[in-house]
Design a protein around this ligand. Structure first.
Ligand code: ADP
Length: 378
């Protein structure tokens, strides 16, 4: 099946056409600056995409569209075929993802205009984590914060955690339902998931993607009292918007280490830079702490899996994390860890108590496959 995979933002539309059988990327591109004089709205953006596809697909027709949707709230636990009611449901979840869900809905409606007969599927970043037990997703705050305002842990990167779980089980020769492990998705945004029986039972991101690990420009976990103290004492931090900005965009690796690019940080650490050394120590320590906790949560992980930009490419950072996991019996094969490859692979030594894997994630392929499956199920 040929699936047009769409990631619609407020001022941009990213797209890829994937053949679900061959995994081939037939074409991909980006429409930017929607809202400008050249591209006035999402419908015009999709008209441009439609013209490009006609030229680039050599007469082949797309069979369906799959949309990446950040927030599925409590309703969506799997991909769904889109109709008018589903678009409205995605819009109603806007309070939980104000920057993303309204923009996804714009893209979906624009596609309905451009290709009225094309089946569309929504694939949610939160859906994979709907299997978390309540003791993992509840916050110990007053009940109404959850019942009236939806404040609970949702988790994100679900499409990637789900795809990588399947790939890891396959590499280990296990049925997916026998896979107990830990997935570390380390990109600019980063999260770790505890997988038991192939399902998510806990994850480090929470109500928003700000929680958990130290990320490129996000703080990850901090004592909430630091935020109230910042409002009281730090000049320039006066409002909730200020806090959002500082914690999401002015924190993390870049704030403390001078860069959010792990290649640059590796260079700085090797040159003896104290700030970069500290932030890499902090980020690897935070991740190792989560891995220890999730090893217990899943009842003994069989595998630790690294994925996304840093997880797939930085042997340096993987080694920093593994150094802290000796108590779990984790031993890397240094040569395998240092080797560059685009293939799923094992990087642990034969005597390691837990297999350590690197699995390249492919969210577009995962969305294309999920789209096909949702349509087959009707
Ligand atoms: P996003 O969350 O934006 O999708 P990616 O998964 O593409 O992010 O990861 C981006 C990050 O991956 C970069 O910030 C960089 O730190 C890291 N990265 C990419 N390539 C390499 C590499 N060869 N070595 C180390 N780090 C890398």
């Amino acid at each position: 099946m040929l699936v047009l995979v769409i990631n619609s933002g407020s001022s941009s539309i990213k797209y890829q056409v994937r053949d679900t059988e061959t995994q081939e990327v037939l074409t991909k591109g980006l429409i930017e600056e929607i809202g400008s004089s050249e591209v006035t709205d999402h419908t015009q953006g999709l008209d441009i995409i439609a013209r490009r596809l006609e030229e680039e697909l050599g007469g082949r027709k797309i069979d369906a569209a799959g949309h990446r949707v950040v927030h599925g709230g409590e309703r969506f636990s799997e991909p769904v075929v889109i109709d008018n009611e589903i678009v409205r449901a995605i819009e109603r979840l806007a309070p939980l993802a104000p920057l993303h869900n309204p923009a996804h809905a714009l893209g979906i409606r624009a596609l309905m205009n451009t290709w009225p007969d094309l089946p569309q599927v929504a694939v949610f970043d939160t859906a994979f984590h709907r299997t978390m037990p309540e003791h993992a997703w509840r916050y110990a705050v007053p009940d109404e914060w959850y019942t009236k305002h939806g404040m609970r842990r949702y988790g994100f990167h679900g499409t990637s955690h789900d795809y990588v779980t399947g790939q890891a089980a396959e590499l280990l020769g296990l049925e997916r339902s026998d896979f107990n492990g830990i997935i570390a998705h380390l990109g600019n945004g980063a999260s770790v998931a505890a997988i038991q029986g192939g399902q998510s039972i806990d994850t480090s991101m929470g109500y928003t993607p700000l929680a958990g690990l130290i990320m490129g420009t996000r703080s990850g976990d901090v004592d909430p009292s630091v935020l109230t103290a910042a409002l009281r004492h730090v000049p320039g931090v006066e409002t909730a918007d200020d806090l959002d900005r500082v914690l999401n965009s002015e924190s993390g690796l870049r704030a403390l280490g001078g860069s959010n690019d792990m290649r640059k940080l590796e260079e700085l650490v090797k040159a003896g830079d104290p700030a970069a050394t500290l932030v890499v120590d902090m980020a690897s320590y935070r991740l190792a702490s989560y891995i220890g906790a999730y090893h217990v949560a899943v009842g003994g992980a069989k595998a630790l899996v690294f994925t996304a930009g840093i997880g797939e490419n930085s042997g340096f950072f993987r080694a920093k994390v593994a150094e802290r996991l000796g108590a779990l019996g984790i031993v890397l094969d240094d040569a395998a860890n240092a080797a560059r490859s685009d293939e799923p692979r094992r990087i642990s030594a034969p005597d390691s108590a837990i297999d350590v894997l690197v699995i390249p994630t492919d969210e577009e392929q995962a969305i294309a496959l999920a789209t096909e499956k949702a349509l087959q199920q009707g």
